[in-house]
Design a protein around this ligand. Structure first.
Ligand code: CO
Length: 170
């Protein structure tokens, strides 16, 4: 059984780094993916990016339904087309108990490799488009608080400060 990993929380600096491209999908990458998957379900998430488990590599695991059968793995994902706009409430496993309204594109087209190294192209709208933009942002060190509406950002301010204080004083 793959292990459930600890989720890295804000403001750990790894969340701000640009994650590295995967050059070869080897055993170590498969092991990380298996553990990411286990960790995502353990936390009832619908998406998880590798930096969130302390691995600065360009890997995303997601399942829009939260079920294993709908899971997909994205290696080196890129958004190759995007349009439209939408706003909705978002959260992130790296920001416990914080939520806010985030503006995203309502349509994205994504190119990636799957775990076998095959090309994978996904077009997504609405909720899935939101999940994918959120997770791919993680690979570039961009966090959902960066894209929150000013009103949500103000509302989240104290909770963010609490996470920052907790990080400084372990
Ligand atoms: Co997140």
């Amino acid at each position: 059984m793959p292990e459930v990993l600890t989720i890295v929380t804000y403001p750990d600096p790894i969340l701000r780094r640009r994650a590295e491209d995967i050059e070869e999908i080897d055993r170590s990458i498969r092991d990380i993916v298996a553990a990411m998957s286990e960790t995502m379900y353990a936390h009832h998430g619908v998406g998880l990016a590798a930096p969130q488990v302390g691995v600065s590599k360009r890997i995303v695991v997601f399942s829009p339904t939260g079920e294993k059968k709908d899971e997909k793995v994205l290696i080196n994902p890129m958004i190759i087309e995007h349009r439209g706009g939408m706003e909705a409430e978002e959260g992130c496993l790296s920001f416990p108990d914080i939520g806010g309204i985030v503006r995203r594109n309502s349509y994205v087209r994504i190119l990636a490799y799957d775990l076998d190294g095959n090309d994978l192209e996904i077009t997504a709208t609405d909720f899935l488009a939101r999940v994918l933009q959120h997770e791919i942002d993680h690979l570039d060190g961009t966090l959902f608080i960066d894209r929150m509406t000013p009103e949500s950002r103000v509302r989240a301010r104290e909770a963010l400060k609490a996470l920052e204080d907790a990080y400084k004083t372990p």
